[in-house]
Design a protein around this ligand. Structure first.
Ligand code: FES
Length: 139
């Protein structure tokens, strides 16, 4: 590792918590759901990174959650954390997870300029749920 990479790694260590780095390096629930009820992919127009959320719904609750994506450390860690937070949650109404809950779970000092990275998976979740709910009510 050269000095420049060392400095980048040092900086990341300080800004990103162990929790965030662990979720980035060992993403939970990474992969696809063969019989997903909800599939939604969101992309960050600023960088082109993508996160796809897949959910199985049973009795109005999230029974399983997976994600795949091509993104930065923050977006991958946030997606991983999000899939852990939402399993078992009721989806009938309201917000399953708030931005504040997700951000506080990552325990990192995420700068405003990177907020879109952290919230990318949540946007995918919100959009996917909205389409699903709309389809359910218009049946
Ligand atoms: Fe693209 Fe973070 S830099 S989502």
């Amino acid at each position: 590792m050269d000095n420049e990479n060392e400095n980048v790694a040092d900086r990341q260590q300080r800004v990103y918590s162990d929790v965030l780095l662990d979720h980035f390096r060992n993403p939970r629930n990474y992969g696809r759901l063969p019989s997903a009820d909800i599939v939604y992919e969101e992309f960050n127009p600023l960088c082109g990174d993508r996160i796809r959320i897949e959910l199985e719904i049973s009795d109005n609750r999230i029974a399983a959650a997976r994600f795949v994506g091509d993104g930065c450390a923050i977006s991958i860690a946030a997606a991983s954390m999000l899939t852990e937070l939402i399993v078992g949650a009721e989806i009938a109404q309201g917000e399953v997870v708030s931005s504040e809950q997700l951000l506080s779970s990552l325990k990192s000092d995420i700068k405003p300029s990177r907020m879109q990275c952290a919230l990318l998976p949540l946007e995918a979740l919100r959009s996917g749920l909205e389409i699903y709910r709309h389809a359910q009510t218009s049946r």
